[in-house]
Design a protein around this ligand. Sequence first.
Ligand code: AHR
Length: 331
Amino acid sequence: MKKKFFGMAAAGVMLLTLAGCAGGGTTDSVDSAAGPKSLDELVVGFAQVGAESGWRTANTTDIQTAFEDAGIELKFSDAQQKQENQIKAIRSYIQQGVDVIAFSPVVETGWDAVLNEAKAANIPVVLTDRAVDSQDDSLYVSFLGSDFIEEGKKAGEWVVEEYKDSTDPVKIIQLEGTTGAAPAIDRAEGFAEVTGADDKFEIVASQTGDFTRAGGKQVTEALLKSNPNVDLIYAHNDDMGLGAIEAIEAAGLKPGEDIKIVTVDAVKDGMQALADGKINFIVECSPLLGKQLVDIVKQVNDGETPEKRIITEETTFTQEQAIEALPDRQY
Ligand code: AHR
């Protein structure tokens, strides 16, 4: 059973911050006597996952724009979906003595050492989008992002409703996100919890497509050969669902009709495919975290304790709702 702690332990890092305790770090980011810095003096280091999906690109743009608008310097690094690159980036931000580090962890495990280094250097860390599976929640001040288990449940609820009158088995292929990433683990868990209540739902194959369109296409091509009678594909993001559409069409079948598709994200390309009837249902996962992240940074700078867990508000889309929403979709 996975452990995530979202208690009120921001105080741990904040107390260190306010007391200006020596931690052996090289940073001058915390100076309790001087009080808050002005916004144009603040420096934030952001270690992004990569550029694997439309969601990620929108997330990067939103965060960079929000910091520019706030007049706060943002140092940005792209880890190309590799944990070791992200750890290197965080270490470099510690060395540079940034005021706050924010990052979206590629995978859930393996962060304690580098987060302890940030803590020793008195640099508060904010998790955006994805969680870490650490036992020590004093290693970060706040975690801002979606409830991925809930997203998986919403996808499962649509499937249960769609097949409520069917007594035949429903064969499902699951396209998983990056192995070990919080959204891949949690979206699988939420979906299994809901669909697992009825044995007619059978996940006949489940493989990672690494949250990319190419991965979704490649995995679907292979899995369709071994599972030609599949009824539905549940993809952990739109990009893999869009890749699956290409594979289904290449196999001479109609996505959305011969094989139904449910995805998560609701980026423009996904919403267009939903409007066109090639995807059947999308659970939204909002990448627009920039303004909330800026607010957390300001709170930390002002010596306030941000909320430990901030859950992003999200909805779901049917075809009709996608057609209505598309003209104003920001990303
Ligand atoms: O962590 C959020 C997920 O990462 C998005 O659903 C996916 O598109 C991205 O790559």
